[in-house]
Design a binder for this molecule. Structure first.
Ligand code: SF4
Length: 596
């Protein structure tokens, strides 16, 4: 049988009989190229459109997210690695749903439409095309997030059914595309953006901002402005996962300065992965009024809040009537997803389970797949959400996944270690005569972490009073609030999250600029755990707990946390602890660690 060229994406793979291409999602069979896993979904659940994220299209609108697996690119540090590459494609975690069932589900859930995200729709092109056609015929809207490496042929097939798209760009120079294995460089993406815009598809563009690509993204912004200056540009502050180098992560301050500069080229530039930033809001380019407000909602996501213009005027600034390129009516309130459901919080749930298994010495990917299948059974995500909220329930969760993965003995070793340290800290704290008031934040001073989260329970276990517990329990992982409220709370100590973190110096500087007069600022009692992954997600929270105990009660505790980290890495990962090699991944202990 002759080899066949795949014309779905610009990778242009040549497939021999029975063989697959780069994405592994198509194979040549009997002289035809066929999708290997049609109608198989890892995710089919409602989200608000900003979770996708899309910001200028039916704000707050509820859409049915669909995600499969696989990707035509292989980008270093991909945030979707767990679903794109690690989830076995034959796993029973996938549900088979026909296009009719997907469309029916969207209608029954009260969704305005369907959005394909998290992995690339090019990996499941015929599945997506069939869903898109049926959805449009039933009056639903259709959109996707994609690297947009469509060929002209495949783009022409999908465009009539697309209402909106988030084009995930890798940079603006060919090199950035070559690093992701995209042999034809950036040219097809630029061609496709022009085509989509001229076809009337609502286009938003996202790009990752790293320490070394400001010049490249500036050129990208200029290119977008030449097509249309009202196209939104989503700047993703780089979060180094997988094998990515943490030294490429820009600080909050650097990212905000950069986006402020870009707003001189494009008025609708947004900064993601930066809780508390004002640069996630839509500000009128004419009169400077803040028209739409949004909170950080996990990696790569946003969540609208506060008042916004009435539906009939959602596209205009209410003060000066300037056109904001906001398409469609806004919803009264944004849909709130279930625990770990939708967008990238879902991938974090998979990573947390992976983190627990790796720390129990699991090196067999089949055991990981088994644990993920259990997680994705009905109610499993909710159970995990509750299971990781306190040190005690986390330890139970360790034992539960130890049983599921048939490694109860190793689970017992890890759980026993956590319990032993916990008991030591409890005994120490019982002698404390004063409990400091502690505020836990992410990245910027005015974003508080929801009181249910583990970080706040660690504070109380380490002998502090969590002031976050007096705040509304809304927002995941937390939400913006006012300076007045923070001043009224008057914390003695502030901890900055180890996941979406900030430099303590920059944080203090901002507190002074905002005139946040609280004890923690006056006495310079502001800290962030010394290493990522020490306060949420991974069992390494035990190291963060020791660090917190030292800070809150130096009269009682004197842990050598770096020596503790070395012992923990040796005992549970069988490797050396090397701080510069640890990145933001919950699951992998450092960037060198890989599944065999
Ligand atoms: S979709 Fe792209 S990566 Fe996948 S087989 Fe076809 S050409 Fe290759």
């Amino acid at each position: 049988m002759a080899n066949l060229n795949c014309h779905i994406c610009e990778q242009g793979c040549v497939l021999a009989e029975g063989k697959t291409g780069m994405c592994g999602m198509y194979e040549q069979k009997d002289g035809r190229i066929e999708e290997r896993f049609p109608d198989r979904y890892l995710v089919a659940c409602p989200i608000s459109i900003e979770t996708m994220p899309i910001l200028h299209y039916f704000p707050g609108g509820k859409f049915l997210q669909i995600s499969t697996t696989g990707c035509n690119f292989n980008c270093p540090g991909c945030i979707s690695t767990v679903i794109v590459r690690q989830m076995p494609r034959e796993s029973r975690a996938f549900q088979t749903l026909t296009p009719e069932q997907i469309v029916e589900k969207a209608i029954q859930e009260g969704c305005m439409g369907i959005a394909f995200l998290m992995n690339d729709p090019l990996a499941s092109f015929s599945t997506f095309l069939r869903v898109a056609k049926l959805a449009r015929a039933r009056g639903l809207q259709v959109g996707c997030s994609s690297n947009t490496y469509f060929t002209e042929t495949s783009l022409a097939r999908i465009t009539p059914y697309l209402n909106f798209i988030n084009v995930g760009m890798k940079g603006f120079f060919d090199n950035a595309y070559h690093r992701c294995g995209a042999a034809s460089g950036i040219a097809p993406v630029l061609r496709n953006i022009r085509s989509l815009v001229s076809s009337g598809v609502h286009v938003e563009i996202s790009a990752i901002f790293m320490k070394d690509n400001a010049e490249e993204l500036t050129e990208l912004a200029k290119f977008i402005a030449r097509i249309s200056p009202t196209i939104p540009l989503q700047v993703m502050r780089f979060i180094p996962f997988e094998n990515a180098d943490i030294s490429l992560e820009p600080t909050v301050c650097e990212a905000e300065e950069f986006c402020t500069t870009l707003r001189k080229i494009l008025p609708f530039v947004y900064l993601f992965n930066t809780p508390g930033t004002e640069l996630l809001h839509t500000t009128c380019p004419e009169c400077n009024l803040t028209v739409y407000r949004r909170n950080f909602y996990g990696p790569m996501g946003a969540k609208p809040y506060g008042e916004h213009p009435a539906s009939e005027n959602s596209g205009q600034c209410p003060q000066c009537r300037c056109d904001l390129n906001m398409i469609g009516a806004s919803s009264d309130s944004a849909f709130q997803e279930g625990d770990f459901e939708g967008g990238y919080p879902f991938t974090r749930a998979l990573e947390i389970v992976e983190a627990i298994l790796i720390a129990m010495g699991v090196r067999d990917k089949r055991k990981l797949a088994k644990a993920w299948e259990s997680l994705l059974e009905k109610g499993g995500l909710k159970k995990l959400h509750h299971g990781i909220q306190t040190p005690r329930t986390y330890i139970e969760t360790v034992r539960r996944f130890g049983q599921i993965a048939d490694v109860s003995e190793s689970a017992e070793d890890l759980a026993g270690f956590l319990e032993e340290k916990l008991a030591y800290i409890n005994a120490g704290v019982s002698m404390a005569t004063h409990l400091p008031r502690v505020y836990y934040t992410m990245a910027k001073p005015l974003f508080y972490i929801n009181h249910e989260r583990l970080e706040n329970q660690l504070v109380e276990t380490a002998g502090g009073i969590s002031v976050n517990k007096s705040m509304d329990s809304v927002g995941r992982p937390g939400r913006n609030f006012t300076k007045e409220r923070l001043v009224a709370l008057n914390p003695d100590v502030i901890f900055i999250s180890a996941f979406i973190s900030n430099s303590v110096t920059d944080f203090c500087e901002e507190c002074l600029q905002l005139d946040i007069q609280v004890n923690a600022v006056k006495k310079e009692q502001i800290y962030t755990p010394p290493s990522p992954g020490w306060d949420f997600g991974s069992p390494r929270w035990i190291l963060g707990l020791m660090f917190m105990a030292n800070v809150l009660h130096p009269e009682i505790f004197n842990f050598n946390v770096m020596a503790e980290a070395k012992q923990f890495y040796r005992r549970f990962y069988q490797m050396d602890f090397s701080l510069p090699h640890v990145n933001r991944s919950f699951s992998k202990p450092d960037r060198e660690w890989q599944w065999a």
